[in-house]
Design a protein around this ligand. Structure first.
Ligand code: ZN
Ligand code: ZN
Length: 314
């Protein structure tokens, strides 16, 4: 299962009670932070979410509304005696920015901080890959280099059918191999075929955070088939010219991207502070893509294994 918690969803300025971009994406007991705008720490406190489970922070680009909260979070972790390593992924210059901020403050961190640069030329690659999840980055098109991030909660292999296993007398220690697809050979030589005692693997929930981007189909191949995508809607459709000029997107454009990507659900945010109310955003996007939700701070969304259609051909 993937759980997405919206901490901040406004564009450049904090306004109308909305804070700049930040989210927590949780898979199993791992909490990933995606962008860290000003006010992120306060939001974590307000929502009762600690940062103890955050080992990886992904920063999409170096506009302040996506990382001005980072140095505060990094130093608060130090003040509160964090020992767990922290990994930060982002544009190469972010490492220098953090080093300057930390060194001028005169403090050294008591916990290990590892920086992983994401190339400014725009790259698509896997940043993290474990048996339980993977995270990749993909380039979007913005005024400065910018990347989105795709999260996958991996299937843990074929699904054991306990009754069938008991019937065929398969010992429990062999279950791990059954999940990998192996047949079981009994002592008398009889082969128990894997498909008799297991079911197809569960489909994998996927989530793509598309960061700040102008309307483009250039990154569709990287997010194709994702169950849920978060796409910025800085502007309503009447302000499409402004969106183009500033390398942002409108409601209709985000919805068109969700259609092209074959998504099941669209989450929108990164609203311009020129709009006090956001109800129109959802209504407009729904004209093109019905399963759209205009996110609010504190919203929580889940993508369960059962929400995802089984892969074809299995
Ligand atoms: Zn932004
Ligand atoms: Zn930006």
């Amino acid at each position: 299962m993937i759980t997405i918690t919206i901490l901040g969803n406004n564009s450049a300025l904090p306004a109308h009670g909305r804070l700049p971009s930040s989210q927590i994406v949780a898979i199993r007991d791992q909490h990933f932070m995606v962008d860290c705008g000003e006010g992120t720490q306060m939001q974590l406190q307000k929502l009762g979410m600690g940062w103890g489970k955050i080992e990886h922070i992904f920063i999409s680009h170096l506009h302040g509304d996506h990382y001005f909260g980072l140095i505060g979070l990094v130093t608060s972790m130090n003040l509160l005696n964090r020992a767990l390593p922290l990994n930060i992924y982002g544009p190469p210059e972010l490492e220098q920015i953090l080093q300057i901020q930390l060194s001028i403050g005169g403090g050294t961190l008591n916990y290990p901080l590892f920086f992983h640069p994401v190339a400014n030329a725009g790259e698509h690659r896997i940043l993290l890959d474990t048996p339980y999840y993977s995270v990749s980055c993909f380039p979007v098109m913005h005024r400065i280099p910018c990347h989105g991030f795709k999260f996958t909660a991996k299937s843990t292999g074929r699904k054991i059918i306990p009754e069938a296993c008991r019937e065929y007398g398969i010992p429990r220690y062999f279950y791990a191999r059954l999940k990998e697809g192996m047949d079981y050979i009994r002592k008398d030589g009889e082969v128990i075929r894997n498909e008799w005692v297991t079911a197809a693997p569960q489909p994998e929930p996927t989530y793509a955070y598309c960061a700040d981007t102008v309307f483009t189909d250039s990154f569709i191949p990287y997010i194709q088939g994702c169950h849920t995508i978060y796409h910025e809607t800085t502007y309503l459709k009447k302000d499409e010219d402004k969106a183009m000029l500033r390398f942002h997107s409108t409601t209709h454009q985000a919805a068109a991207t969700a259609c092209s990507a074959g998504a099941a659900r669209l989450l929108i945010g990164h609203y311009s502070s020129r709009y006090e109310h956001i109800s129109e955003f959802e209504a407009e996007a729904k004209e093109i893509f019905s399963n759209t939700i205009a996110t609010q701070s504190g919203d929580v969304f889940t993508i369960r294994y059962e929400d995802v259609a089984p892969p074809q051909g299995i």
